[in-house]
Design a protein around this ligand. Sequence first.
Ligand code: BG6
Ligand code: MG
Length: 214
Amino acid sequence: QIKACLFDLDGVLVDTAVYHYQAWKRLANTMGFDFTEAQNEQLKGVSRVESLNKILAWGGVTKTDAEKEELATLKNSWYVDMITKMTPSEVLPGTVEFLTAIHETGYKLALGSASKNSATILERTQLAHFFDEIVDGNMVTKSKPDPEVFLKGAALLGFKPEECVVFEDAVAGVEAAKRGGMKAIGIGEKSVLTEADKVVSGLDKLTVKDLEEL
Ligand code: BG6
Ligand code: MG
């Protein structure tokens, strides 16, 4: 039986995936190449340095560790410029209603995000108060699809993996949940999130009853 809900942030609760995409695209463009939206799909859920490594490989570009550090910092500065201007209106449809409903039903909630910017986003969008525990990119060493971020969330909440369900928009995130022994609800398309136990287009399509039926 499900007792706890672990939420990815980018692309599940808020539409920051587009800001990540814009910033990475701008960085690639400054190096003289571009990448497609399909390639961008592979960046979802993946940490900042691993995203950069993928992009450099797509462009056939080699950089030293020091240069990579600079590039990642530059991308992040553009990204932070965008997220510091976010408002609660950018919370995805149905999010506040669903989080309120499961919280009132008695489920425990944790954030399980790869981002090191989660505090800024949760504060700007006024979502922070929903979460009993927050695990983000500052607290993990292994990027999704490693289950570390979700296992930490479950442990902090005091539940076993099989008592948890993860909400994820990324292929790497769904894989992390399954590898951790948890249920996974995919947010997006069934044809992409093939490993998920259930897939919906957004949290606006879910009710407490869906959790009881998992
Ligand atoms: C994930 C995003 O949530 O966080 C990735 O899906 C992103 O696209 C990763 O690279 C790390 O985010 P940040 O904010 O630490 O650069
Ligand atoms: Mg995501």
